[in-house]
Ligand binder design. Structure first.
Ligand code: NAD
Length: 482
């Protein structure tokens, strides 16, 4: 069932059935480009969550005993359906999250490939035979960990859920996933592709609810064997502590505050262009978004001029409108944060070179903003902006730039621009980050792991490492003639 503007009626998926939840409690879903309500998301009760857990327990038994060739076939069918439906899913994503339609459709297509990659990789999740005493078979096996409880945010409504769902299902686990209540329909349409592909009931359960209630319930349940979370550092710490109390492993993909170091030998125009394009992608709401621009003093003028040029060329608007290159922020909280961070920086002496405010129109829009003379004490230099703010800071000495880059408790992404192989190696060795890009600001790829150090979390998603959290290692020593 869809509404007039093509936004579907949102349902949870529990034990193979689409449902609304016990008490009929809902929360409104808002289009961030218009602030108009577009639907209602059902909120789970404790009984709904228990049904999802029981279904996942049964679903795990069924799914892990499905031959791997059949599992892979189902996952590839789901990926094919996703590719076929990418345009429709993209439209739904734009309506609920705001990103431009081309970005949204591209994300829907990309997640099909994430799924294919993990499905194929899981076929090679080999154990090993270890030389041992005669008559003893010593082996190491990798087995699915069991029922996964996953929590994902609103910035990548397809990418966030798919990273968890694809790794879990490819490994033979079942999953109960709480996607964002702000972008629920994209997650629902992803789940629909798995259902239509023939995934056994219970292997994939989708719920929504009061986030703290849902996470407390799912983490404490003895049915759950792994907690997988993407979101903010404070919530990640809370969930990791809850998981620790019940001795559950967890995977934490948290925020960052990515430094970009533009060295004296870099091309300032090319660096500014790449860094600014990455900055304003998804309106800056990306955990790896470049967010502190440390530029060698000799290049600052040229770098700044080009950066401002790119910022001013961004077309801000409704993601469904032709020509829009940056949509609104996804919710009112981000808009308030942009206003607060900008006002704080300006009150401490920062200058706004372009942007700095919200346009006079409905929707959670904020202009692409470039600031200079931002003092180290400004909140913007410590707090992840998660929005289209770019503070540019000059440096004269690479030691000083590295110290500034590493000074924060975060360590997710970092970027460097240099023409020197030796400097690139120094940046690679000394930047405290889990994801480093040199001479570009490209996004994540399926083939390689993503994840953080320090407060940015632990565990890796993507690459062969993605399966590590979802598979347990079992040593079996078998004396053949007892
Ligand atoms: P938030 O901290 O309230 O929520 C972040 C996400 O966690 C949301 O999806 C929310 O539903 C969920 N959440 C909140 N409390 C939870 C709980 N107790 N149990 C389970 N899930 C819970 O912040 P927000 O306003 O939604 O986002 C703001 C900040 O979150 C940003 O500044 C950014 O730092 C961070 N964030 C990070 C990512 C990422 O990809 N790492 C994505 C989105 C947001």
């Amino acid at each position: 069932m869809t509404t007039d503007h093509g936004y579907p009626a949102v349902r949870m998926h529990i034990a193979g059935e689409w449902c609304q939840g016990g008490t009929g409690r809902t929360a409104p879903i808002v289009n961030p480009a218009t602030e108009a309500p577009i639907g209602e998301v059902p909120l789970a009760t404790a009984a709904d969550l228990d049904r999802a857990l029981a279904a996942a327990e049964e679903g795990f038994r069924r799914w892990r005993s499905t031959p791997i060739a059949r599992r892979t076939e189902i996952l590839h069918t789901a990926a094919a359906l996703l590719t076929e439906r990418a345009a429709d899913i993209g439209r739904i994503m734009t309506l609920e999250q705001g990103k431009p339609l081309a970005e949204a459709t591209g994300e829907a297509r990309r997640v099909a490939d994430t799924l294919r990659w993990h499905a194929d990789d899981a076929r090679r999740a080999y154990g090993r035979l270890i030389p041992s005493a005669p008559g003893t078979l010593l082996s190491v096996r990798r087995e699915p960990v069991g029922v996964v409880a996953a929590f994902v945010p609103w910035n990548f409504p397809a990418g966030g859920p798919m990273r968890k769902i694809s790794s879990a299902l490819a490994s033979g686990c079942s999953i109960v996933i709480k996607a964002s209540e702000e972008t629920p329909a994209t997650a629902m349409e992803l789940v629909r592709c798995f259902v239509d592909a023939g995934l056994p009931a219970g292997a994939l359960n989708l719920v929504f609810g009061e986030p703290a209630e849902v996470s407390a319930h799912l983490i404490a349940s003895p049915v759950t064997r792994l907690i997988a979370f993407t979101g903010s550092v404070p919530v990640g710490k809370l969930l990791a502590a809850e998981a620790g109390k019940v001795m559950k492993p967890s995977l934490m993909e948290l925020g960052g505050h990515a430094p970009v170091i533009v060295c004296a030998d870099a091309d300032p125009v090319a660096a500014a262009r790449k860094a600014a394009q990455a900055k304003f992608a998804n309106a800056g709401q990306v955990c790896t978004s470049p967010s502190r621009f440390l530029v060698h003093a000799s290049l600052v003028e040229e770098f700044t001029a080009e950066f401002v040029k790119v910022a001013e060329a961004v077309t801000v608007g409704d993601g469904l409108a032709e020509g829009t290159t940056m949509g609104p922020l996804a919710n009112e909280r981000r808009l308030a944060a942009m206003e607060r961070l900008t006002a704080d920086a300006v009150s401490r002496g920062a200058k706004v070179l372009t942007g700095g405010d919200r346009p006079d129109r409905p929707g959670y829009f904020f202009a692409p903003t470039v600031l200079t003379d931002v003092p180290p004490g400004a909140e913007l230099m410590h707090e992840e902006p998660f929005g289209p703010l770019a503070p540019l800071v000059p440096f004269t000495d690479l030691d000083e730039a590295l110290a500034t880059a590493n000074a924060l408790p975060y360590g997710l992404a970092a970027y460097g621009f240099t023409r020197s192989a030796a400097t690139a190696e120094r940046l690679s060795a000394e930047l405290e980050a889990g994801i480093l890009s040199i001479n570009h600001c490209g996004g994540s790829v399926h083939e390689a792991p993503s994840g953080g150090v320090k407060d940015s979390g632990y565990g890796r998603e993507g690459g062969p490492e993605a399966l590590d959290a979802y598979l347990v290692t079992k040593r079996v020593s078998h004396l053949l003639a007892p």
